[in-house]
Structures are given as C-alpha cells and as structure tokens.
Design a protein around this ligand. Structure first.
Ligand code: NAG
Ligand code: NAG
Ligand code: NAG
Ligand code: NAG
Ligand code: NAG
Ligand code: NAG
Ligand code: NAG
Ligand code: NAG
Ligand code: NAG
Ligand code: NAG
Length: 484
C-alpha cells in the first residue's frame, strides 16, 4: 500500500514545476532592462499585447501590439489602460508573424526575414535597453550614456516631462495631421496633400511670463505637473502657458497630450481608473479639418451631409461622399474633373488661410479652374474674398449666409472604374466563349473517340478512368471528408 504522500508526490513535483514556470514567466515579463543580444518574435497565442520589457512601476511596457487583429507594431503601452504612449513608425503595415523579429544588437532593430530591416534606432553602440517609469525607453552604451530615447521620437503622444522641440512633430496615427512648433507658436497642420501642409489651428505664445528673445535658441514645450502645456526658451520661465481644465489643480496620475485621428489635440490625466479629458484644442466639431470626411458638409449641432446633398450618407458608419481623392490635376492631360457648387458654405479655419480679393465670383472660380493644383474655392460675394483650396476637398461648414459660394472640383474616378469594369467584363466574356468552345470541342472529340473505338485515356494498367467510376470515387471522397 502506498502512503498518501507517495500518492501525491507526482502532483507536488508538478506543482513545483508549474510554480517555477510561473516565476520564470513573471521575471520574463517584468524585465526592467534588456541587454545586447536580446531578440524576440511575436507569439501567435498573444491576443493583444506581448510584453517584452516592463518598467519598475509596472505601469508601462514595451512589447508587440496587435493592430486590427492581424497586424503588428512595437509599442510602449500604459498597461492599466492599454493606451499606447509610443509606437514605431514603419512605412507599411506588418503582419503578426514569426517572420518579423525584434533584436537588440546595439541598435533596436525590427526586421523581416524576407525584407530585412524595417525599422531601427540606428544607435550602433548600445549596450542596455531601459524602460523608465515615465514611459521613456532609453538605449545606453557601456558608459551609461544615452544613445537613443523614445522621448526624442514621439509619435502621436507627449507625456509629462517629455520635451517637444522644433525638430520634432506629433503625427496622428492615420498620418493626416501634424503638430509642429513654430518660432513663436504651436501649430496643427493637415497633410491631405504631400507638398501642401495647411495650418488649421494656431496657438501663439502669449509671452506673459517671459519674452521670446531672438538668438536665445529655439523653443520647446513640455506638459507641466500643474496642468498646462508650457513653452520655454530657457528653463527659467515659460514664454507661454496653455492651460488645461485642471490648471494649478494637483492630480495624482500622469498626464498626456495626444494628436487624435480626427485632428484634435487633447490632453488627459489618469485618475487611477481611466483617462479624464482635460483639454481640447478644437471644441466645435465643425471646426475640425475633416469632421464630415471629404466633400462633407458639417451642420453645427446636426448630422453630416454631402456637399452634393447625397441622400443616405452616414459619416459615422464610415461612408464617404466620393471615394477619397489624392494628388492634384497637374499630371493629367485631360481635364479629369467635374465641378460641384454649393452656396452657404464656409471653410472651417479660413482665418488661417490665405485669400485674394477679387471683383467677381467668375474671377475667383476662373483662377481656380485654370490652376491644376487648385481643388476648389470659396468666394464671399459681399467682401470679395476668394479662398483657394490646394489640397483634396475636406469638410466645409454650413452657414446661413448664401453669399458664401463654394466651387469644388471632383475627380472623375467613376468613369475610369467603368472603363475597368468594361475591360474585365469583356475579358470574362471572351474567356467564357473560349471555354464553351473548348468544352464543346472536347465533347465532340469524345463522341468521335467512342465511335471510332479508340480510347486515348487507357492507362498502362489497362483501366480506363471512365466517367462513372470517377464520379463515384469523387463523391465517396467528399462524403469521407464531410464525415471527418
Ligand atoms: C519613478 O522613478 C523615479 C526615479 O527614477 C522616482 O523618483 C519616482 O518615484 C518613480 N515613480 C513611480 C510612480 O514609481
Ligand atoms: C503607476 O503610476 C502611478 C503614478 O502615476 C503610481 O501611483 C502607481 O503606484 C503606479 N502603479 C504601480 C502598479 O506601480
Ligand atoms: C485598421 O483597419 C481600418 C479599417 O479597416 C483602417 O482604416 C486602418 O487604416 C487600419 N489600421 C492599420 C494600422 O492598418
Ligand atoms: C544589427 O542588425 C541589423 C540587422 O541585421 C544590421 O543591419 C546592423 O548593422 C546590426 N548592427 C550592429 C551594430 O551590429
Ligand atoms: C514616419 O516616417 C515617415 C517616413 O519614413 C516620415 O515622413 C514621418 O514623419 C514619420 N513620422 C513620425 C511620427 O516620425
Ligand atoms: C528637457 O529640456 C530641458 C532643458 O533643455 C532639460 O533640462 C531636461 O533634462 C530635458 N528633459 C528631458 C526628459 O530630456
Ligand atoms: C438636401 O436634401 C434634403 C432632403 O433630400 C432637402 O430637404 C434639402 O432641402 C436639400 N438641401 C439642399 C441645400 O439642397
Ligand atoms: C449611422 O451609422 C451608425 C454606425 O454604423 C449607426 O449607429 C447610426 O444609427 C446610423 N445612422 C443612420 C441615420 O442610419
Ligand atoms: C496655383 O495654385 C498654387 C497653390 O495655391 C499657387 O502656389 C500657384 O502660384 C498657382 N499658380 C498660378 C499660375 O496661379
Ligand atoms: C452677388 O452679389 C451681387 C450683387 O451684390 C448679386 O447681383 C449677385 O446675384 C450675387 N451672386 C450670387 C451668386 O449670390
């Protein structure tokens, strides 16, 4: 007879192994620094985030983040909220697959087994990779000198105490909006057209506490613990204070500023449970650069509409008035556009746009029509101001004033699509006809074969794969497949 201890011994050792495994995994996840030689590949069992390096407070972690279920990015996550504070900027989307690998060989390198290096910190002599409790990821060399840090390469988010300089930019995750620091202002720009950045929000330094001195160096901005975005030229005093709602009110959690995908700049603080909104650069929905998508019309307090008043347009479910348009009309030989007009519309940030005064509506529209880099114009019939739009048309604001007249070019994509449709249609028809002849010919050949009693399909073993046998075995196989 075995004693109870003897009986449970295997369970004990199993438990110990299990605990050791847990402990091992715990330390794996909790690593606070990584050393040269480290490498990792995405684990297919990871549902959303695969941590690789976690900071001492356990609030932030660097790891592989799943985007759109099947795509991969390397990100630093605020763990309690799963909000990324930083992620790598690769030029294309990556698959969540073992072909993609992260390695630290002095540089932190994200590479693909087929395409080679996809992203790299290019910091050759790194020795240690460190994640701080403020979410800053640093690469230190053997003398503990910082050779690279994520704080110098922000993506769409700025966190407390991170310096934002005039060499940096925040870019919204869809790549359409950008925040930059000017010589005396903070600007938000839309980049709907590569060569033409349009400013849509501008905050000029108030220079209340200190003045901007020419030659005293460029400005930098920093989120303050006291609830504002401070802009500095020297550390002594800010040249500008952009207050948040919690200005001068102490909060326990960290603060962040994010350039959202709709182009708004928003600040938040963490209250221990969730992120509370603390600042919004653009408070009116219609003032956003693309509140209703391209060729959309924003009616304050109401739904979106299309400029051509298309019925059944639901912007919130992702519908567009016209398929998204890019580029300009300069490379096209033919005109390539048709014209859409609408009265009672205004540009959402026209005070930041340039204009020309013109005598008539015709003169304004004419100057846009003739210029291949112009996408449209808005003319004020009372003041004579002519605003020209040199990027694909985004959203306009509905105003009561019928004297504001919009002229918009719409690329004739539909026609091209129909041409493509025709070509495909004709292709299919030709294929069908060819197949018909082939089948008919084959049938005729078989009939002819049967009549002449020559069987071209007799195999070496003398068994002909006749139609009945083939069919029989085929259906048998499918039945078997259905069963299994
Ligand atoms: C973060 O680290 C700094 C020192 O590096 C320390 O003073 C601070 O208390 C830490 N904060 C948290 C939340 O752990
Ligand atoms: C996360 O950071 C906050 C401060 O922002 C700190 O109070 C908290 O203890 C941290 N969480 C953990 C698990 O360390
Ligand atoms: C995720 O999918 C949405 C819609 O399908 C798309 O608009 C977006 O660009 C995708 N994001 C990435 C990072 O690919
Ligand atoms: C690290 O690896 C990448 C990709 O294999 C390579 O391009 C780079 O030269 C390596 N860097 C060093 C310092 O070895
Ligand atoms: C991402 O990379 C592209 C080109 O590689 C660059 O134009 C863009 O500014 C980068 N974005 C950020 C946020 O660094
Ligand atoms: C931000 O800039 C100031 C002034 O140049 C500097 O003292 C400070 O260390 C910087 N902070 C970080 C996190 O780099
Ligand atoms: C837009 O369409 C709606 C309903 O079809 C109509 O009530 C409205 O008057 C139209 N607006 C314009 C400016 O044509
Ligand atoms: C528009 O789409 C959203 C999301 O798909 C849906 O919730 C809403 O009811 C739709 N509105 C209309 C008027 O169909
Ligand atoms: C066409 O428009 C662009 C952008 O608005 C402007 O820079 C350019 O000077 C215009 N060209 C002519 C010939 O007016
Ligand atoms: C523009 O104003 C003139 C006179 O002020 C008027 O005759 C004309 O009809 C207006 N045009 C439009 C399109 O409203």
């Amino acid at each position: 007879m075995k004693t109870p201890t003897e009986l449970t011994r295997p369970i004990h050792s199993l438990l110990i192994i299990f605990l050791l495994l847990l402990l091992y995994m715990h330390f794996q996840v909790k690593a606070q620094e990584l050393h040269k030689g480290f490498s990792a590949t995405p684990d297919s069992s990871s549902k959303s985030f695969q941590p690789l390096l976690t900071d001492s407070s356990n609030n932030f972690s660097l790891g592989f983040l799943r985007v759109n279920r099947s795509q991969l990015t390397l990100a630093i996550l605020h763990l309690p909220s799963s909000e990324p504070t930083w992620f790598v900027n690769t030029t294309r989307n990556l698959e969540w697959s073992k072909n993609n690998k992260l390695l630290f060989n002095g540089s932190l390198v994200l590479s693909n087994s087929h395409e080679g290096v996809l992203w790299s910190t290019q910091s050759a002599n790194g020795n240690t990779l460190l994640l701080h409790n403020n979410s800053n990821l640093q690469i230190l060399d053997s003398d503990s000198v910082i050779t690279w840090q994520s704080f110098d390469h922000p993506t769409n988010t700025l966190v407390q105490n991170q310096n934002f300089t005039s060499e940096m930019s925040l870019v919204s995750s869809n790549g359409q909006f950008e925040m930059k620091l000017g010589d005396n202002f903070i600007g938000l720009y839309s980049t709907f057209e590569q060569d033409s950045k349009q400013i849509y929000w501008k905050h000029t330094a108030m220079q209340a506490k200190a003045e901007i001195v020419q030659g005293n160096g460029p400005l930098y901005s920093q989120i303050s613990l006291h609830g504002y975005l401070g802009t500095y030229q020297t550390e002594n005093a800010p040249v500008d204070v952009l207050p948040f709602d919690s200005f001068q009110r102490p909060v326990t959690g960290i603060r962040r500023l994010k350039l959202e995908s709709d182009g708004n700049l928003q600040a938040y603080y963490w209250n221990g449970m969730s992120w509370l909104l603390d600042f919004k650069a653009i408070s009116e929905e219609c003032e956003l650069p693309s509140s209703c998508g391209s060729y959309g019309l924003c009616k304050p307090g109401k739904n979106c509409e299309c400029l051509n008043n298309k019925t059944e347009y639901n912007h919130s479910s992702g519908e567009e008035c016209f398929s998204s348009q890019t580029g300009n009309f300069c490379e096209e030989k033919e005109e390539g556009f048709w014209v859409l007009r609408r009265n009672g519309v205004d540009l959402p940030y026209k005070e930041l746009m340039e204009f020309e005064q013109m005598d008539s509506l015709d003169a304004c529209e004419d100057s846009c029509e003739k210029n291949c880099s112009c996408w449209g114009s808005v003319f004020n019939n009372v003041t004579g101001y002519c605003y020209k739009i040199d990027y694909p048309i985004q959203s306009l604001v509905s105003v009561g004033d019928e004297n504001k007249i919009g002229y918009f070019k719409v690329r004739t994509v539909v026609e091209k699509k129909r041409h493509v449709g025709y070509v495909i249609g004709i292709g299919i028809l030709v294929c069908a006809v060819l197949m018909f002849f082939a089948v008919a010919g084959f049938g005729a050949l078989r009939i002819w074969n049967r009549r002449t009693r020559v069987n071209w399909f007799v195999h070496d073993d003398g068994i002909s794969p006749g139609p009945y046998r083939d069919l029989g075995s085929g259906s048998f196989r499918s039945v078997e497949l259905c069963k299994s």
